[in-house]
Write a protein that binds this ligand. Structure first.
Ligand SMILES: [Ca+2]
Length: 506
């Protein structure tokens, strides 16, 4: 058996964090902004000219892209990220043949805004999507939009314009759920084809549920039949396989049409409620969660094997896998990190990231773990423009930075700008099973992560290099750092539309 590097103990995680070679990042906000704009202009020129990190000796190639965005999986759940069980052997193999990134972040600790950031390359606050999209009334109460404005810059749309076949298979949750049945279709955002679940408009798979004590299956999310057709009812435990089957069909059609493809494979798994196959049924929330994770891994394996088994696809495809936010409290695990889904602490926003691209990666990087590069989903979005030799969306100012070389293991750059977060308006903490407060705002720059409330109360500062579990607040000792990060964070937040979580907002 091929040996794997497990990050299975507090000790090893601390060791790697100590080993991080973090860059000095003392530039002021204005300078950062100017640099980002210059970098964007250069990158635009490079993309237009067909340079960048896709080997120019191979011509202006258009790699196929598959983005697997798992729902509510914790940082430490995959066995290749230290998970004890189940063994996620298909995803682990992807990691062995690719690169693991241990300091990757999503831009929100909850579904919808995290998806918006990855899809648009912009902070989701710009589009007033700051919590999960719910029914119309509740969206209004929380000060969030009813759906993502289709005018937002979409990576999928630019790839489609550039000749890619684009498909979304799985949970959407950027508009079209509950009673919000007049949201735009997924096609309006740049996708040629879609198959979604109860949180998206159009053709869908809806879940039949079964447990060992029932004599026949039940249905959940039946109201979602109003959100598009055709509707196919499937066992909840097989729905990821249904999305994979459709994605494989789409891939084969794109290959036959001689087009590169971009695919979102965004499973409902491993979000609650948990209905694993009866053969994997276990008692207890965490045990059921793990059975769902195990079953999802098997179903995703079909997609990975399909790509790996075809020489042309293996050489020309980049597979990216991460989670949209931290684990639901009491289900998945994110040790050694503090918090869980909905909290801004590390457990809510740090995600495992695997990049697989045997045809494009630096050969010496294959099978390694990048513990040094700090970056986020915004940067993933921006880097994909470069990797796909695609021109940036006109007039859009993306918040991501180009780290294409880092993703392919050719260098270990970090994002240069800070990463900012705002908590969902409906999640002040002391909810969802945990008696833990949730700070309103957060920023990571270098090794520091700073938190504070809108009104300036409860400032906290953690040195993630030596304190990844965020237990030793350094805000009293490091006043200069607090002052600098506080100003950057407030400036960022005040530049964006507010939501109902900020009762101090005008
Ligand atoms: Ca989620």
């Amino acid at each position: 058996m091929t040996p794997r590097v497990y990050l299975s103990s507090q000790h090893s995680v601390c060791t790697y964090l100590r080993a991080m070679a973090l860059r000095t990042m003392a530039l002021r906000a204005m300078a950062l902004r100017a640099m980002a704009l210059r970098a964007m202009a250069c990158a635009l020129l490079f993309a237009a000219c067909g340079f960048g990190y896709v080997d120019s000796s191979r011509g202006a190639e258009r790699p196929n892209i598959v983005v697997v965005l798992i729902d509510d999986m914790g940082w430490a759940d995959l066995s290749c990220f230290g998970g004890k069980k189940p063994e996620t052997e298909h995803i682990d193999r992807l990691a062995r043949e690719g690169i693991r990134f241990t300091q990757f972040y999503v831009n929100s600790p909850i579904c919808s805004p995290s998806r918006v950031a990855l899809s648009t390359g912009q902070y989701p606050q710009r589009w007033r999507i700051t919590s999960f999209l719910n029914n119309r009334k509740n969206n209004e109460e929380r000060g969030v939009a009813q759906w993502l404005d289709p005018a937002a810059p979409m990576l999928a749309r630019e790839l489609q314009r550039g000749g890619y076949a684009t498909g979304h298979f799985g949970k959407w949750h950027m508009g079209g759920q509950r009673d919000v049945d007049d949201a735009p279709t997924i096609q309006a955002y740049g996708f040629d084809a879609s198959l979604t679940n109860f949180e998206g408009i159009g053709a869908k798979l809806l879940p039949l549920t079964m447990n060992p004590e029932w004599d026949k299956p039940k249905r959940i999310w039946e109201d979602a039949e109003r959100l598009g057709a055709p509707v196919t009812w499937m066992q909840r435990s097989e729905i990821t396989g249904g999305f994979v089957q459709e994605a494989v069909r789409f891939i084969d059609n794109a290959v036959n049409a001689n087009k590169p493809f971009y695919i979102n494979l965004w499973p409902d798994d491993v979000h609650s409620p948990f209905f694993p196959p009866i053969s994997k049924w276990r008692n207890g929330k965490r045990a059921l969660y793990r059975s769902v994770l195990d079953s999802m891994d098997e179903q995703l394996g079909v997609l990975f094997d399909h790509i790996r088994g075809n020489e042309s696809l293996r050489k020309n495809t980049i597979v990216i896998l991460c989670s949209d936010n931290g684990p639901e409290f009491g289900a998945g695990t994110c040790e050694p990190f503090r918090g869980a889904k909905t909290w801004l602490y590390e457990g809510g926003v740090r995600s495992p990231l695997i990049v697989w691209a045997p045809g494009y990666m630096d050969k010496n990087s294959i099978g390694t773990t990048n513990e040094a590069s700090v970056f986020c989903a915004l940067d993933l979005n921006r880097s994909l423009y470069t990797l796909c030799n695609t021109v940036l969306p006109p007039r859009a100012s993306l918040d991501g930075e180009d780290l294409a070389g880092t993703l392919l293991g050719k260098e270990k750059e970090s994002r240069k700008s800070p990463i900012f977060w705002r908590r969902p308006p409906d999640r002040p903490g002391f909810t969802a099973g945990s008696q833990e407060d949730n700070p309103d705002l957060a920023v990571r720059q270098g090794k520091w992560k700073y938190y504070v409330n809108y009104d300036g109360s409860i400032p906290q500062l953690y040195d993630l290099e030596i304190d990844p579990s965020e237990t030793d607040d350094r805000s009293k000792q490091e006043e200069a750092i607090v002052s600098r990060l506080h100003a950057l964070l407030m400036q960022w937040n005040e530049s964006l539309p507010q939501d109902a979580g900020n009762t101090k907002a005008p």
